[in-house]
Design a protein around this ligand. Structure first.
Ligand code: FES
Ligand code: FES
Length: 187
């Protein structure tokens, strides 16, 4: 039964050792923030940090993860306050969001390794696929996250943790909703 540390907690999986880490995390540990394309084709929605390196969790078995330190998107920050998370929101580098957890993990691992990566270094490190095409904003967001991380700043444009969908919509003028009109009014 492979043992490892997941988000700073010791974990022992009573599962087939050949099971991909991805499925152990999602289905046994209920850490569903890590996404899956179901077959290694999405190039990175499943990325987690393993001993400091961003890896595709669909390509590593739990036997191979034995004794290693795994961080998933849930463990990166408890309140979405990691500089990469803040910058991705502030620079609107998220569309459907499916690729986002993997990209955030890849970017977080990059910034742990290289404090101020160049555009070329960012492009080389972030090999994740985004079908919505957020790449230009992504590079900008990661560059911004590096500056935020270096200075210990936070970004005020990032929504407060736990913001409700209604409040989030209300904070964006274009999405502001109005109460449904009274069907009897004016009849
Ligand atoms: S699940 Fe798509 S690359 Fe891992
Ligand atoms: S934001 Fe949709 S796949 Fe990247």
């Amino acid at each position: 039964m492979p043992r490892m540390t997941v988000n700073e907690r010791p974990v022992e999986f009573d599962l087939d050792p050949d099971m991909p880490l991805l499925y152990a995390l999602r289905e046994a540990a209920n850490l569903t923030g890590t996404k899956s394309c179901g077959g290694g084709d999405c190039v990175g929605a499943c990325m987690v940090i393993v001993d400091g390196t961003a890896l595709r969790s669909c390509r590593i078995t739990i036997a191979e993860a034995e004794g290693r330190f795994i961080t998933t998107i849930e463990g990166l920050s408890r309140d979405r306050s990691h500089p990469v998370q803040q910058a991705m929101v502030a620079d609107q580098a998220i569309q459907c969001g499916y690729c986002t957890p993997g990209i955030v993990m890849a970017a977080a691992a990059l910034l742990d390794r290289v404090a101020a990566p160049s555009k070329a270094e960012i492009e080389e490190a972030i090999t994740n696929m985004c079908r919505c095409g957020v790449y230009p904003r992504l590079v900008k967001a990661i560059d911004r996250a590096a500056r935020v991380k270096a200075r210990g700043e936070s970004i005020s444009a990032a929504p407060a943790p736990g913001i409700s969908a209604a409040d989030a919509a209300a904070s964006v003028p274009a999405l502001r909703t109005t109460e449904p009109s009274d069907p009897d009014e004016g009849s």
